[in-house]
Design a protein around this ligand. Structure first.
Ligand SMILES: Cc1cc2nc3c(=O)[nH]c(=O)nc-3n(C[C@H](O)[C@H](O)[C@H](O)COP(=O)(O)OP(=O)(O)OC[C@H]3O[C@@H](n4cnc5c(N)ncnc54)[C@H](O)[C@@H]3O)c2cc1C
Length: 324
């Protein structure tokens, strides 16, 4: 139900933030693939574990309910009716407003150049000043390796590309008829997509794209033919009614850790510094709970939430197992 007015939220409903802007639109989320694929079997296990509603649809049911999707005979789709898409800019602005109203001082356009632990606190050095604090949280996305040497070789920014297409059938690609989806294509990776929101049309991408490392201090590399061929061929095969004119493509970045998961931990050699790399391409939806975890780590030195898989020790174990 809506947090503001307590109204029930059907598919296509909106979630409003305190300033009455839409943050979340509920479309449902479809996880598509073979029954034993990582995404389908993992989603089933996770929903059972956490007692979440889930509906299984075979190819016939998909043709009737969500005709934009083309499934192979041996594939299924799992519908999570509570899923949807966030508007990240509105969500970030909402968090900034809440932080400011709670007394946070927000500094924009000020680059942190060093973190200096000292006897009387940790000093943040920026291009315009120095600030000493009892605790520091470092969450600098693609640049985290510059401030946290332990992540320099392991938090790797890679090129991610997404494209938007004008549907040939506008009806079946509306948010009310086309849930957000993730599609497991086996060895070909997993693709994700969104219904036609606004004028740009249907958006698709492949998780981690071609895994090409990039330098976050350079402009993002331009989109090339290999990038667009990958996404054009996917949309033609799997979402034929959405495969009209490609109107836009853009490059953004994932920051990948070796396990392709998060790192949320205290720095092993200085427990006053909290490190957060909640990315590997799937961190945004967890913003609120990651914030709670980071506050716990900074204020209490630990958290009751189960984050052992996101520790430096877990990363070291993963690297050791991979090297063995
Ligand atoms: C195309 C694409 C699609 C995605 N889709 C999804 C999705 O469907 N679901 C999902 O959950 N996640 C998704 N993600 C991932 C999500 O965007 C990230 O997980 C999330 O933004 C990571 O948050 P962060 O705070 O770690 O880093 P960021 O959001 O990158 O924030 C880091 C901030 O630190 C600042 N900064 C860096 N260095 C310094 C410095 N030296 N001094 C001062 N400030 C600094 C940066 O300017 C930036 O503002 C997607 C990402 C991409 C690129």
């Amino acid at each position: 139900m809506c947090r503001c007015c307590s109204a029930p939220m059907p598919i296509g409903g909106h979630w409003k933030c305190g300033c009455s802007e839409d943050v979340l639109t509920i479309t449902g989320v479809l996880q598509i693939g073979k029954p034993d694929s990582k995404i389908v079997s993992g989603t089933k296990k996770s929903c059972a574990l956490h007692n979440l509603p889930l509906e299984t649809l075979d190819p016939d049911a998909m043709r009737r309910r969500f005709p934009v999707f083309s499934l192979d005979d041996d594939e299924v789709a799992l519908l999570d009716p509570q899923g949807g898409y966030l508007r990240p800019e509105v969500a970030v602005m909402g968090h900034l407003k809440l932080a400011a109203s709670d007394g946070a001082a927000l500094h924009f356009g000020e680059k942190v150049t060093a973190i200096e632990p000292g006897d009387h606190g940790v000093t943040i050095v920026s291009d315009t000043g120095r600030y000493t604090a009892g605790k520091v949280i470092v969450a600098t996305g693609s640049w985290i390796g510059e401030l946290v040497p332990a992540l320099r070789d392991h938090a790797v920014p890679i090129k991610q590309v997404v494209s938007w297409y004008q549907p040939t059938d506008g009806f079946v690609t509306m948010p009310q008829r086309m849930p957000v989806f993730i599609r497991d294509e086996g060895e070909n990776g997993s693709f994700f997509g969104f219904p036609a929101i606004g004028v740009d049309g249907v958006k698709v991408g492949r998780h981690a794209h071609f895994r090409e490392p990039i330098d976050p201090n350079q402009s993002n590399p331009v989109v090339n033919d290999k990038d667009t061929d990958l996404l054009d061929s996917f949309i033609r095969r799997r979402l034929p009614a959405a495969a009209g004119l490609r109107v836009r493509s853009t490059t953004c970045r994932y920051t990948m850790l070796p396990s392709e998961d998060f790192l949320l931990d205290l720095l092993p050699n200085d427990k006053r510094i909290v490190v957060a790399s909640p990315c590997s391409g799937h961190g945004f939806k967890f913003t609120s709970v990651v914030g709670e975890i980071l506050a716990d780590l900074a204020l209490e030195g630990g958290t009751a939430l189960p984050i052992s898989a996101f520790s430096f020790a877990a990363m070291d174990r993963f690297l050791a197992a991979r090297a063995a």
